[in-house]
Design a protein around this ligand. Sequence first.
Ligand SMILES: NC(=O)c1ccc[n+]([C@@H]2O[C@H](COP(=O)([O-])OP(=O)(O)OC[C@H]3O[C@@H](n4cnc5c(N)ncnc54)[C@H](OP(=O)(O)O)[C@@H]3O)[C@@H](O)[C@H]2O)c1
Length: 316
Amino acid sequence: MVSWPSAAARRVRTWNCSEVLVYEEADRPVAGAGQVVVRVAGTSLNLLDVAIRAGILRHTYPVNFPHVPNCDVAGVITEVGERVNGWSAGDAVVAFLPATAPGAAAEYVTAPADLLAAAPRTVELADAAALPLAGLTAWQALFEHAEVKAGQSILINGAGGGAGGYAVQLAARAGAAVTATAGPRSLDRVRSNGAGRIVDYTATPVLEAMAGQRFDVVLHLVRNSPEETARLVDLVADGGAFVSTTTPGPEDAGRGVRTEQVFVRSDAARLAELVARVDAGTLRIDVAERRSLADLAAVHDQAVAGRLRGKTVLIP
Ligand SMILES: NC(=O)c1ccc[n+]([C@@H]2O[C@H](COP(=O)([O-])OP(=O)(O)OC[C@H]3O[C@@H](n4cnc5c(N)ncnc54)[C@H](OP(=O)(O)O)[C@@H]3O)[C@@H](O)[C@H]2O)c1
């Protein structure tokens, strides 16, 4: 019999408010076939983790209790299961893990080997956990849904957040003219990410600031009402695209405008491309705050209250 030392993990015993997040000893995971065990250097908070903990997504993402949350991981492989090729103990990796499996709010996590990408070499390993889910969301929204091209105009609504930070950088690098909305705490960061024009949404409502203007693409990253969302679709030029990670646009927007909703998925090959950009210095991982994993419940509360800006990395 092989026995493993136990390892600390944040676990959720039921869906509810953040108090259900309990920091406790858990069995150290073992790599099954096609899996590796990763010693977690860092994980990052995504609103998906908060929504799963709260039970908002219980039908889409059913989890077994006690559940260890967190989809983003950066760490070092400590064990390789059967039928895993190309990865060895000691490799530094990042991944967007399946949301319903035991997650990375722990010292150790199992990861499907086919979801792994080598971690960037040019940033702290823990900070690399800020890349997978938010970076893939931005990529898939811009290039798989909106099909953004050089020379196009794009409005990124909610550019101050984690996904928005990557979206502004990737769209600007692709040669699009980026207009962004951001609050005062994020203005400088959004500007340095490559937005040519920024509207402070706390000073002027976006619809008022953009009155009479149209964009080839509107990327919508803010949760609001269907009515407000429909008015944002009016900012899309004829034949353009409205892509949302939150409230969907109307199915038939007219004027040849496509409305699409993003459901981010793990994609190891694309994640490796994003990592290559980080190492080439063309994509920045911006970590707003580093916190102890023991603070996870407080971080959830801050996220719900809208007090987090950008990416928060949690370190076990
Ligand atoms: N469907 C999917 O697959 C998918 C994937 C990833 C994310 N999402 C969703 O997409 C949204 C963005 O994700 P995220 O990770 O970027 O979230 P996040 O990091 O929590 O970003 C939230 C940001 O939104 C900005 N904001 C809030 N109210 C705003 C308003 N009225 N106008 C403009 N900006 C506003 C704030 O920026 P300031 O700092 O500038 O105030 C805040 O930092 C979330 O709702 C998330 O749940 C969906």
